[in-house]
Design a protein around this ligand. Structure first.
Ligand code: UFG
Length: 343
């Protein structure tokens, strides 16, 4: 069976994708330097799948070590590149860390893929490349204009997309699938793997579940004076397991479909926008847990509203986000309860 190299495979989206790949019969090799993940995730993957993925503690920016990864695994047919730093706020404070990690790792990978004749890469991009789409571009599809990034993190996603297009132009044998994620949330239904935020969470869902678990006194909702129906920001929250399945579809397509473009871009979202208040209220309804919150001022750099037009992924990739948000929020809560030993 074909082997897929998954960089950042011990991370949040990476680990869920490894599970789906293995369940579809792919051999997986995880390369991860554990800078924002935990080795214990391999136990969770093994319990879910019944097999342990191969794992190497290697930094993707390390050319020499990555070279030996490819030398030792001549059966790699494709790469899914998750490994990246992803904290928006930190990227503003430490831009060089983001430019170094996120750009050097892709450049290293693409050089080695060229050298070792590995033709396929799936790249984790983000809806951040659209910025705040103009009204006529909502829901946003893949043809919407890209906007200047609001953070160094967002800029690395944009630059990496450009690097992939340029390298594909120079190397006709390279094929790439760029996946633009909207807001991934939730955890595996087994509650054996899930999100493990470092320190105080920046993202909404981990903050919600930690507050519900009593680790934080209250959730702060950043702004209720936006031009949206209830005044809070709107996002397209997508279940991480649905998102993971899209990666398997992308790999299947790259390996089996001849008639496709050399670089393909897909939005991965549900097509439905939900406000922060809708998420909070639905969370309380499905879990029965009271969530203390206050409304505070806007967070700098936040986009007012964005949600996906996922038609291209639905039709070309044959993938659809199908899990109801109620189930997704429950999965996030079950994972938090498991982490904190709450019954
Ligand atoms: N929010 C709160 N309180 C919190 C945390 C978040 O009200 O404690 C709100 C935010 O203001 C926003 C919404 O919840 O309206 C979602 O915020 P997240 O931080 O979860 O997600 P973002 O949409 O801001 O960020 C995501 C990804 C980034 C990416 C960005 C691009 O996490 O990687 O989308 O749009 F850069």
């Amino acid at each position: 069976m074909a082997r897929i190299l998954v960089t950042g495979g011990a991370g949040y989206i990476g680990s869920h994708t490894v599970v789906e790949l293995m369940q579809q019969g792919y051999e997986v090799l995880i390369v991860d330097n554990l800078s924002n993940s935990n080795i214990d995730v391999l136990d969770g993957i093994e319990q879910i799948v019944g097999r342990r993925p191969e794992f190497l503690n290697v930094d993707c920016c390390d050319y020499v070590q990555m070279d030996s990864v490819f030398i030792q695994h001549p059966d790699i047919v494709g790469v899914i590149h998750f490994a990246a730093s992803k904290a928006v706020g930190e990227s503003v404070q430490e831009p060089l860390k983001y430019y170094r990690n996120n750009i050097l790792s892709l450049v290293t990978l693409l050089s080695l893929m060229n050298e070792h004749k590995v033709p396929n890469i799936v790249f984790s991009s983000s809806c951040t490349v659209y910025g705040q789409p103009d009204k006529e571009h909502l829901p946003v599809d893949e043809t919407a204009p890209l906007k200047k990034a609001l953070s160094p993190y967002g800029n690395t996603k944009k630059i990496n997309e450009d690097i992939i297009f340029d390298q594909a132009h120079a190397c006709p044998q390279l094929h790439a699938t760029i996946l633009r994620y909207f807001n991934p949330i939730g955890a595996h239904p087994s509650a054996l793997i899930g999100e493990l935020p470092n320190g105080v969470p920046n993202n909404l869902l981990p903050f919600v579940t930690q507050t519900a678990a009593g680790l934080r006194s209250e959730l702060k909702i950043f702004g209720n004076d936006y031009n949206t129906p209830d005044g809070s920001c709107i996002r397209d929250y997508i279940y991480v397991v649905d998102l993971a399945k899209a990666h398997v579809k992308a790999i299947d397509r790259m390996l089996n479909v001849k008639d496709r473009e050399q670089v393909e871009v897909f939005n991965l979202g549900t097509g439905r926008g939900l406000s922060v208040l809708e998420i909070v209220n639905t969370f309380m309804k499905v879990t029965g847990v009271n969530l203390p919150y206050t409304i505070v001022g806007r967070r700098e750099g936040d986009i007012e509203q964005v949600w996906a037009e996922p038609h291209k992924a639905n039709t070309v990739l044959g993938w659809k986000a199908e899990t109801p948000v109620e189930e997704v929020l429950l999965s996030a809560w079950n994972w938090e309860k498991k982490l904190r030993n709450i019954n």
